[in-house]
Write a protein that binds this ligand. Sequence first.
Ligand SMILES: Nc1ncnc2c1ncn2[C@@H]1O[C@H](COP(=O)(O)OP(=O)(O)O)[C@@H](O)[C@H]1O
Ligand SMILES: Cc1cn([C@H]2C[C@H](O)[C@@H](COP(=O)(O)OP(=O)(O)O)O2)c(=O)[nH]c1=O
Length: 699
Amino acid sequence: MLRIQPFRRLWIVLGAASFGDWLGLLATALFAASQVQGSTAQGAAFGGVTAIRLLPALVLGPVAGVFADRFDRRWTMVICDLLRFVLFASIPLYALSGAAGGLVVGWALIATFLIESLTLLWIPAKEAAVPNLIPRARLEAANQLTLITTYGLTPVAAAIGLAVLDRGVRGAVGGDLPSWAEPAQLALWFNSLSRLATALVVAFGIKEISEAQRGEAERAEQSMFRQFSEGWKYIGQTPLVRGLVLGIFGAFAGGGIVVGTAKFFANSLGAGDAAFSLLFGAIFVGLALGIGLGPMVVKEMSRRRWFGMSIVLASAAVMTLAFAIHLSMAIVGAVLVGAGAGMAFLAGTTLLGGEVADEVRGRVFAVVQIGTRLVLILAIGLSSVLVGVGGSRKLEIADLGLSISSTRLLLLAAGAAGIFAGISAFGQMDDKKGVPVLADLWGSIRGRPLMPAEPFVSAGLFVVFEGGEGAGKSTQLTALAERLRGQGCDVVVTREPGATGVGRRIRSLVLDTSGDDAPSPRAEALLYAADRAHHVATVVRPALVRGGVVISDRYVDSSLAYQGAGRTLPVDEVSWLSSWATGGLKPDLVVLLDVEPHTGLSRVASRNTGTDRLEAESIAFHERVRYAFLDLAAADPKRYLVLDASRPVDEISKLVVRRVEEMLGKPGGIVHPRPAQGPDTSVQPELSDAELVTMEHKT
Ligand SMILES: Nc1ncnc2c1ncn2[C@@H]1O[C@H](COP(=O)(O)OP(=O)(O)O)[C@@H](O)[C@H]1O
Ligand SMILES: Cc1cn([C@H]2C[C@H](O)[C@@H](COP(=O)(O)OP(=O)(O)O)O2)c(=O)[nH]c1=O
């Protein structure tokens, strides 16, 4: 990642800036703690600072994103940072000037307000710019790096730095610090300088930010108000963005409730302040695990699905907290809450960056940023109030001796609400509709995510004949086709391999070769799959769409039996390959003509057409093939008609015809099987421009 120069530069300066921010936060906290006594006063101080941090969001929030989309993002960032440089430095400078304490505090509050306002303009510009600096496929890794730096490395470094600084300086000067060297002051100096550095680096070192920003012309044309309303329209009308926003807000509301109730929750476990810190630590460990290891676990899973699932995981973990009766349970729950939240955070940021078009990205990020602040603070505030009001009351459930505290009820409710938000977000943005969720998750973890079935509506009937050599497939197939044609059906008779031009060439590659020329087992499997892919795309699907009856001599099961059982390739891999080739198309009916290999092979021999490469295999090979077919039929009996192929031709064909006519005659038609699933070919779907941005530009 760091080999991409503009990104590297941005990462370094942002790391430094984030270090400064954390330093400032910690130092301010230290400072505040030493200044005020008692929980009420601390609460008031907290409230005051919170209000100051919230106010800019309310005032500036609506336009912050328009700024990032309308103006050059590089200059937006540079100007904001230069102003922040001045503002940060002004606080300790003013203090040094010897002004009265009250005035210094007053100016600190005003400067904080201004700095926060600038931050609100700066963040959407930065967030919207980053995706343009990196290839889409690397965006997730970039986000991982940034999130770990911002929430993992720098806060720890800041805490250590502050402790060392404090001790070191105090030790050196023998206890009494000159005022300029107080940690809070030093943090402000550092902050100020890091902002200057960021401004310079962005201005001179990352010109790419301006170059990559598109939509120059229309930015100037549209009025700001128009851009503002279009941004909202885009968010409201694009299911992906709607889902993301909903999910992120849900997650933050849940997180807020957890934070708001944490103190009481620790008490309800009968553990003290140490438990409180442990639980918080556990959440952080979980966050780090989720962000650091999440992508490795789910591998190629659809990021849209991962996002929804992570929110459900975090919320379910919040619910388990409600039932935790022991600290150890609560810690496991807290790790899971963190892991789910971390994964959702990573997936969400990556989706926002990668799938929201450049022109509106700033506005979308602004809404997310400001919305999350509001939701978080509301949730923390409301839940602390609720817990405070209801905390003392405990409902004793009869003889069980269980008690329900309002803390736990709140956690339960938060978890339930989060699950609801996760599921609705999932539904809004699912890019693999119809693919079972748990199977997809399991497949992804094993490195083989399932594939969404190709959109396709079959109006016809797809019948496949399977069986060993000489079982009588061609004979029966011809009989069935004649019968149906006689009834006026649109019948397409086809076969694998070799029904198409491409297929005929593949067929001769795979069957007419021998010795050193013969394809190896894996090559053979791929050749059959290639034939099948082309066959399905050009013959089978079009006929089915038209409403025809397609009758095929062999299909997927032959690969499973011959290449899987016969050649002993892993059957699930062969199956996966076939469903990739066919886009998941399954037959409506498989007629399996079961025959002893001896019988079948002797019929073929008496046909006197010579033997192909597979017919020439050993009897043991053909035995394996036969039992593989029978196993497949046993696993899905409804879809198979297994017939004893040693019976006379007419007897067999009567049974086949009866079954097919039954299927065709049923009012309501045929119940098509659910498509088979194979590998996911659309991991991060490259959306077309039309999907990417659905804003019309009417003049
Ligand atoms: N039920 C049956 N009983 C006896 N012989 C059969 C039967 N079905 C087919 N045959 C004969 O067996 C040979 C192979 O049949 P064919 O339909 O070509 O099998 P496949 O297509 O499965 O290889 C042909 O000569 C055919 O006439
Ligand atoms: C479709 C398919 C066929 N085969 C083999 C089975 C057959 O031996 C051969 C060709 O099948 P087929 O055309 O049915 O030959 P025949 O008319 O002699 O029965 O290809 C596979 O091994 N895998 C496959 O996926």
